[in-house]
Write a protein that binds this ligand. Sequence first.
Ligand code: TYC
Length: 109
Amino acid sequence: MNSDTDNNNQDESQRGLLLDSKPKTKKPSMYNVLLLNDDYTPMEFVVTVLEKVFNKKADEATQIMLHVHKKGIGVCGTFTYEVAESKCKAVLDMAKKSEHPLQCTMEKS
Ligand code: TYC
C-alpha cells in the first residue's frame, strides 16, 4: 500500500514514525539439498548421514540412499538458504572426517 490515506501513516510519515500497517508476508526462497552418488562411500555411512543430518528414520534414509545410488543424485530435504547451507556443510564435514568422497550440493527449489 502506497497511499497515505489508506494507511495509518498520514502524520507519522512527517514525524519520521512510519508505521507498518501491512505485515510482511513474503515467503523465503527454498533450497533443495542434494546428495551425489560416488563409487566409494559405504551405503551404511550415507544412511547414517541421512539419519543424523536430515533427521530421517532408518527406512526413509535407506530409500533416499538407494535412490541416489541408482539415479546418481537425490533430494535429502528442502530448507531456507541458511539451513540448507548448514546441512550441506554438516554432510561434507562428516564425509571429510571419515575420509569418504561423499558430495552434497544445493539448488533453488
Ligand atoms: N554408490 C555407493 C556404493 O555403492 C553408495 C552411495 C550411495 C554413495 C549414495 C553415495 O550419495 C551416495 N557404496
